[in-house]
Design a protein around this ligand. Structure first.
Ligand code: ZN
Length: 186
């Protein structure tokens, strides 16, 4: 599956756009940190925005058609009157071990299936740029990235590391023109 750029959301406003598009699902966005982890917002990068958009559309589609049926009420898990409203709402959205994690209250079996599909898809899509080409989940801090974004991340980390060095060492490195300062392009 290749994610075309036209399906990707606006790079600058995608989080706000999702909050606006699905107010019910993101209702906990403005609650206190004692009540929800959703107060921190969506804690993953732009590349997964289209997965989130599709997932929200699917959950809303299911909800709109089934919310009043007995089937849904029976299917409803975790529903506790004290816990909050009857509507499904995200409690937390984050990246963990290279995968997307979606936590929701008042989910049904069907909603958990939609969420599982999104979490599985995230391992195939670069969290940074959204491509599905040359994507791997690896690194000491496991992240799902394409080759290009992984190279950029390594360059950035190396640059930051070098910048923090004392200037005498930087000068010595420059003089030696050590090969590992310019990562190989493949
Ligand atoms: Zn990428």
């Amino acid at each position: 599956m290749v994610v075309e750029s036209e399906f990707l959301m606006n790079k600058k406003t995608w989080r706000q756009d999702l909050y606006k598009k699905y107010p019910m699902l993101f209702a906990q966005k403005n609650l206190d940190m004692k009540q929800t982890c959703m107060c921190w917002g969506i804690e993953c990068n732009y590349g997964w925005s289209s997965i989130l958009d599709t997932t929200c559309t699917n959950i809303m589609g299911y909800w709109e058609h089934h919310k009043t049926t007995d089937e849904y009420k029976e299917d409803l898990k975790n529903h506790d009157e004290d816990y909050g409203p009857y509507e499904p709402q995200f409690v937390q959205i984050k990246e963990k071990y290279g995968g997307l994690r979606l936590y929701i209250n008042n989910g049904s079996d069907r909603i958990y299936k939609i969420i599982a599909r999104a979490e599985n898809a995230s391992y195939l899509i670069c969290e940074q740029c959204g491509t599905s080409i040359n994507v791997t989940s690896e690194g000491s801090w496991i992240l799902t990235l394409c080759n290009k974004c992984r190279r950029d991340m390594h360059k950035w980390t190396l640059k930051k590391w070098i910048n923090q060095m004392p200037s005498r060492i930087k000068w010595w490195l420059k003089r030696k023109k050590r090969k590992w300062l310019s990562p190989k392009k493949n």
